[in-house]
Design a protein around this ligand. Structure first.
Ligand code: TK8
Length: 345
């Protein structure tokens, strides 16, 4: 008879252990995260998101599986973002520029020559301004997981070497679907045409447009050098990438799953920034080898360009909200006064 209570204790112990292990195990469920990106699979963005997938699996006992779909196979930036909002896609990594209709504040990142260095961009994006943007995205059913880098943009064209604003005049330039870009390139005297990224290569190839602008790495990995002869290191705009998650999907996740997504994103972000910054200079060398004629923009010419686009900045500061824009400049100022203004050029 004496073994009975012991057995009962044992049974309770087993049940408790089972409960414990069940709840530990239940924190992560089988999840598939499809990530849409517009750039090619050799782009550091794709490489970093593969790392995100590895890290996510590692943090969730292999339960959460992310898969990267490059080359806009699941839609360009604007379309894939609509899919996130509709709840038919889990995640994308998009440039900020095509989303200004949704969140006008994003337009500040399209102000020409806003950032002069990487530390300035990092401080603004990873600081209070970045958080504020995150809250705006949340109001649109989008979770901003973390920022990454698209980078400083340069102008390519099929007509002539560009050394200053005067050479841009009359060029038919593809810009992102964005009013600030359209306005700025209008100020420079070019004929800007807005179109989605996946349409750019064919439009350059057919001669429908003469020019486009993107960071060196994208010009290389999307093979724009095949259809463009001239590359000017204008570094006129720094575009961030945002890693966005569908709120519909996010709300299904447990707090532990959400935490794993964030942690994996921060890890991939730090890796991505390092990689893409190193690749920027390497890509330039490779583009030279591919036969592109490279021009630099002198300090005077840059200043002249800056003057030409100032009306765009003034106009859109008013439109976006002068207080918000001031806060952005104040964050940049902080970095500059701390001596972090090492030139991006
Ligand atoms: C890729 C785009 C691209 C951007 C553009 O989806 O559209 O020119 O620079 O990187 O986000």
């Amino acid at each position: 008879m004496s073994h009975l209570p012991k057995l009962r204790h044992l049974a309770v112990g087993v049940a408790a252990a089972a409960l414990l292990s069940t709840s530990a195990w239940a924190q992560f469920e089988e999840r598939n995260v499809r990530i849409s990106i517009g750039v090619a699979d050799e782009h550091p963005q794709a490489v970093a998101l593969e790392r995100f997938a590895e890290k996510l699996a590692e943090l969730t006992d292999g339960k959460m599986k992310a898969k990267v779909f490059p080359n806009a196979a699941l839609g360009d930036d604007a379309n894939s973002t609509s899919a996130l909002r509709a709840g038919t896609l889990e995640m994308n990594s998009t440039s900020t520029s095509p989303l200004t209709q949704l969140v006008p504040e994003l337009g500040v990142f399209d102000f020409p020559f806003l950032f002069a260095s990487y530390p300035e961009a990092d401080a603004v994006l990873d600081g209070p301004v970045g958080d504020e943007i995150g809250q705006k995205m949340a109001q649109k059913d989008l979770v901003l997981l973390c920022w990454m880098e698209n980078g400083f943009r340069n102008l390519t064209n099929s007509e002539r070497p560009v050394e200053g604003a005067q050479d841009v005049e009359g060029l038919k330039v593809r810009v992102m679907q964005n009013p600030v870009f359209l306005d700025a390139f209008g100020q420079l005297g070019s004929n800007p045409v807005a179109m989605a990224f996946s349409e750019v290569y064919p439009a350059l190839e057919s001669g429908a447009i003469d020019a486009q602008e993107n960071p060196n790495v994208t010009i290389l990995t999307s093979k724009f050098y095949e259809v463009q002869d001239y590359l000017a290191q204008t570094r006129h705009v720094y575009t961030p990438f945002m890693n966005l998650v569908s709120k519909t999907f996010w709300d299904k996740l447990s707090p532990d799953e959400q935490k794993a997504m964030r942690e994996a994103c921060y890890d991939a972000r730090d890796f991505q920034r390092q990689l893409i910054r190193q690749k920027d200079a390497e890509a330039l060398e490779q583009l030279k080898e591919e036969g592109m004629e490279i021009t630099e923009i002198s300090a005077e010419q840059r200043e002249a360009m800056q003057k030409k686009v100032q009306p765009t900045i003034d106009r859109f500061s008013q439109q976006i909200g002068p207080d918000f824009v001031k806060r952005v400049y104040a964050e940049i100022e902080k970095v500059r006064s701390q001596g972090g203004q090492a030139q991006a050029q």
